[in-house]
Design a protein around this ligand. Sequence first.
Ligand code: ADP
Ligand code: MG
Length: 404
Amino acid sequence: MSLSDEHVEEADDALVRRAEVLFGKRFGRPPRWIVAAPGRVNLIGEHVDYNDGYVLPMAIERHVVIAADRPQASDEDAESKISLFSTALRETADFAPHDDTPSEQPTWHDYVRGVVAECRAAGLEAGPLDVVIDSSVPLGGGLSSSAALEVATATLLEAVSGDTLDPLAKALLCQQAEHRFAGVPCGIMDQFSITFGQRDHLMLLDCRTRQIEQVPMSEGDISVLVINSNVHHELTGGEYAERRRQCEVAASRLKVESLRDVSPAALAAAEDRLDATHLRRARHVVSEIARTAAAAEEVAAGDWVSAGRRMLESHVSLRDDYEVSCSELDLLVDLASRNLGQGIFGSRMTGGGFGGCTVTLAEARRVDELATAIARDYERETGITPSWFTTRPAAGTRILRESG
Ligand code: ADP
Ligand code: MG
């Protein structure tokens, strides 16, 4: 069973209505353009993007929605600016459309400014705009609100200019904006999942070749549960950079360009070339790349039991070999695992680690009841209230209204 087109249109209608109300409240007229871009979650393939591996993300039914119009001719002050209001932050900001110097201390509007600048370099002029940014993607929760904001901005500029960007160029210019204007050296997964996401599909992305394979997840009775641990452990040791370095060292000792070039069997045969820490790091990466490729096939075949088992293996590997989990994420995965075979197929931490979210594959008809129980037990043990939602793989960025 697959979700019907009407279902998607209804969801889009709700986004349009909300954006209209919010824009109307602020500017007293309806918006001329409305666009949406989803957040994303990675089902499996963690800490492998910078090792040229595979990731298996999907767009989620949570969106950044942007409503916009030209400023009114009577408002001379606004006539030469792009004026932003973010409902999530309850903050305004404005800048000139041709202002393309990165800030020394980037803040939220630099994500928008960066995309406007990169679009301009690609030949798309924004001109002055009144903009309301609404969002149901939690900010900073590992579900990629940043890339959703970037891609939504690029989609808005397509609507405004009447020009279309090549989708690959669009995803890459958003990534470039995040690098140059937000100062975050992110990979390609976020912008790709949000640009190329397809309803009812996961996306197997080869981070080496940038090739995408759409993996159908057509059975509607499977649900993806995202639980936010609502903890974020600040680490002083530069853990992310350290893991990257350790992977590079392991690759160079194994005399390969990246760990993508090592099979699990080849790693087992070359164990004596690495010390204990580098071996564990490499073992995670090499096994995770193999697991991700296998999980994509299992999802396509509707083999949820096997795909779920891979997710649990991924979590153990991230916890023990890569050492990027934390007690709260382990607890959430453990609580989900207690219902294996009873509505839950698999669960794991998702994102960089040390807090943030878990992703869980579950039966749609039981998922709400299971999530409620997991959240209750988590709160009882930690004193922290988690947040959660369920989703199906959603469509990527789109224009919901364009006029004139
Ligand atoms: P994630 O992408 O996982 O949500 P990031 O730290 O990469 O976390 O990006 C979050 C940042 O993106 C926010 O702190 C803010 O600067 C910006 N951002 C995302 N969504 C919005 C929004 N709706 N309004 C304003 N800023 C936003
Ligand atoms: Mg981000």
